[in-house]
Design a protein around this ligand. Structure first.
Ligand code: ATP
Length: 190
């Protein structure tokens, strides 16, 4: 069994994330792909994300009708800073023998050696770099194993979506229409 693990702030989830999911499922032949919203990213200490329940609700709307994509709230339940090793260990325990693929922004690959319990982490999961437009091929620092996805680089980010909402600019189709409706109805990111 091949499991994809896709961590992020998802504040909000957008088309770039959904294309990553599509590429990962196809290129890695994943059986299941878990979107894992972070309580708080160690890489974004200054950022206070939107409330957990909203980020999760938007993920569920975006993934409705996609049976291979699931939302895993374990990092939100744990709270505090979210460390990948804790989450990967949980999957290794729950799915013995499964191949675990952790999706990671290509710009973060060089920092992998500084992640908590890097040695153990590199043993438990293969890392898959997500391309951004124009990004060169990445090299994984030893002892990490990894590869890079081919499809489908898109220059969209959550911060861009939040800025567009604030500026009163349209956000469809950069986010699915159900997510755009949720943002409007709950007056998020104003
Ligand atoms: P922000 O703009 O707030 O920093 P983000 O759009 O990068 O957010 P995150 O939820 O932090 O979104 O991203 C989760 C993961 O998805 C990260 O590994 C990030 O590199 C990747 N990702 C985000 N947007 C894209 C995109 N357009 N194309 C490819 N990967 C992306």
């Amino acid at each position: 069994m091949k499991l994809g693990l896709f961590g992020g702030s998802f504040d909000p989830v957008h088309l770039g994330h959904l294309l990553v999911a599509q590429a990962a499922r196809e290129e890695l032949a994943l059986d299941r792909l878990f979107f894992i919203p972070a309580a708080r990213s160690p890489f974004k200490p200054e950022c206070e994300p939107a409330p957990d329940a909203w980020r999760t609700a938007m993920l569920r709307l975006a993934l409705a009708g996609q049976p291979h994509c699931e939302v895993d709230e374990q990092e939100l339940r744990r709270g505090g800073e979210s460390f990948t090793i804790e989450t990967v260990r949980d999957y290794a325990r729950r799915f013995p023998g499964a191949e675990l693929f952790w999706l990671i922004g290509a710009d973060n690959v060089a920092t992998l050696n500084q992640w908590r319990e890097a040695g153990e982490l590199s043993r438990l999961a293969e890392f898959v770099a997500i391309p951004r437009p124009g990004e060169a091929e990445v090299t994984f620092p030893a002892p990490f194993r990894g590869r890079m996805l081919k499809g489908f680089p898109l220059g969209v980010s959550s911060s861009q979506i939040r800025a567009r909402v604030k500026a009163g600019l349209p956000i469809e189709p950069l986010v699915p229409s159900a997510v755009a409706g949720f943002i409007r109805n709950n007056q998020l990111y104003l």
